[in-house]
Design a protein around this ligand. Structure first.
Ligand code: PMP
Length: 441
């Protein structure tokens, strides 16, 4: 195992990180909501890795569907129509918002967003501008990182994709417009109408319905319907990036269902295969689909619509249904939210608890003015924040928690039960004391 660690450490990269401090833990197996390292240590996955292992580990039905596909047809180029492609599409048509009827299959959330933007521009030509928010993450390749508004985009500046225009987010805990909800009258959304009219040539607007890696920002209830209406009135495509929020995470198939809005394009990945195989999906409305009957769909990859990836989709959808996970998430989500709010009572360094379903953030602060413990610049430039340290301590105690510079993301596999939630909460209760000690009264 030391050899494995050595070879991984020396010859592969830890992404989004300086390499010097990397000490990979060698993981050997997994089951349910747990994974195990080479010393036999057991870890509770309290974040579904990067909010993607939605069905937990070792689901036999999904594994068998993938194995069967490998035995039958492991690859055929995407201009052919593999039988599994029909099966996956049929399953998708049942759960996707009803207006989304045409799909492009890739292998990641990044690629799903690349396709969304490129196709928007082909469809809306000569309009080309894309509106995206500051606190957002849409992927790591040069177009999708250009859509990303947070610190990560600065790594590629000035070589970003032209035509991205940014707008502020509904982050009420620290409102970028220094306003208070509801008196603000959703100024952050209304401002978008003004931006579109000033910018002209806007092809699309892209948002995470609930912001993910930037801190699980659940918008006020009127926000998304208003933003959607503004896009519609201005004839701008509305792209919902549901890479993280899709597939039961918020107690609905997709977060847009929470507000009953129909995006023109929806991108997703992660939970679409519950991460048993890589998959990305870009779903388009009928009009966009029809447009390409006599326009070139100028996009594609060798691994697009890969039969083995596609095999996971109907199997996973069947599991979400068989295990009644949408209801389960609502019940467990309420319980998790309640337990997290109890933590807030006990820890002065917890500034905010927010979330929905099994998608929550614990935002930590270092004083009464809600000053964050650090930002993405600290994190990426190799200065771990108190929150990074808390995550590390939790891992030492056998609980994996994904974190941003000043928040923890609590998003366990959707199959989690109350006892497992209690285990995670107990560990958080212990490790957050570290932040309480750093809190300045
Ligand atoms: N969009 C969102 C909202 C995401 O959370 C992520 C990944 N965290 C991506 C896009 C990119 O997905 P991937 O890592 O699969 O390329």
């Amino acid at each position: 195992m030391d050899d494995d660690k050595k070879i991984i450490r020396e010859h592969t990269f830890k992404t989004w990180s300086k390499q010097s401090s990397w000490e990979p833990i060698i993981v050997t197996s997994s089951r349910g909501v747990y994974f195990y390292d080479s010393n036999g240590k057991k870890y509770l996955d309290f974040s579904s890795q990067f909010v993607n292992v939605n069905l937990g580990y070792g689901n036999e039905r999904v594994i068998n569907a993938i194995k069967e596909q490998l035995d039958t047809l492991q690859y055929i180029n995407p201009s052919f129509g593999a039988v599994v492609r029909a099966k996956a599409t049929k399953a998708l048509l049942e759960v996707m918002p009803k207006n989304l009827t045409k799909f492009f299959f890739s292998t990641s959330g990044t690629e799903a967003n690349e396709a969304a933007v490129k196709v928007s521009r082909l469809y809306k030509k000569p309009s080309y501008k894309i509106l995206a928010r500051y606190r957002s993450y849409h992927g790591s390749t040069e177009a999708s990182i250009s859509l990303t508004g947070d610190y990560r985009r600065w790594f590629v500046e000035p070589n970003t994709m032209p035509g991205v225009v940014r707008f502020p987010e509904p982050y009420c805990f620290r409102c970028p417009l220094k306003l208070k909800y509801p008196e603000c009258n959703l100024a952050c959304a209304n401002y978008v109408d003004y931006i579109i009219k000033q910018e002209k040539n806007v092809a699309a607007i892209i948002v995470e319905p609930i912001t993910g890696t930037n801190g699980v920002i659940v918008p006020p209830k009127e926000y998304m319907p208003l933003l959607w209406k503004i896009a519609k009135e201005n004839d701008v495509l509305f792209i919902a990036d549901e890479v993280m929020t899709g597939w039961g995470r918020v107690g609905e198939w997709f977060a847009v269902n929470l507000w009953n809005i129909q995006p023109d394009i929806l991108t997703t990945a992660k939970g679409a295969s519950a991460s048993y195989v890589p998959i990305g999906i870009t779903a388009f409305n009928k009009e966009i689909g029809e447009f390409f009957e006599d326009h070139i769909f100028a996009h594609g990859h060798t691994f697009e619509a890969h039969p083995v990836s596609l095999a996971a989709i109907p199997a996973v959808i069947e599991e979400y249904k068989r295990l009644n996970l949408l209801s389960h998430v609502k019940v467990m989500g309420e319980y998790l939210g309640k337990r997290l709010l109890e933590l807030k009572e006990r820890h002065k360094s917890i500034g905010d608890i927010r979330g929905i379903g099994l998608f929550w953030a614990v935002e930590l602060v270092k004083d009464k003015n809600n000053t964050p413990f650090g930002d993405y610049e600290d994190k990426y430039e190799g200065k771990p924040t108190v929150v990074d340290i808390i995550s590390k301590k939790a891992l030492e105690k056998g609980v994996y928690v994904y974190n941003g510079p000043s928040w923890l993301i609590i998003s366990p596999p959707l199959i989690i039960n109350k006892e497992e939630i209690d285990q995670g909460i107990e560990t958080l209760d212990e490790v957050i004391k570290e932040a309480d000690s750093a809190f300045k009264d």
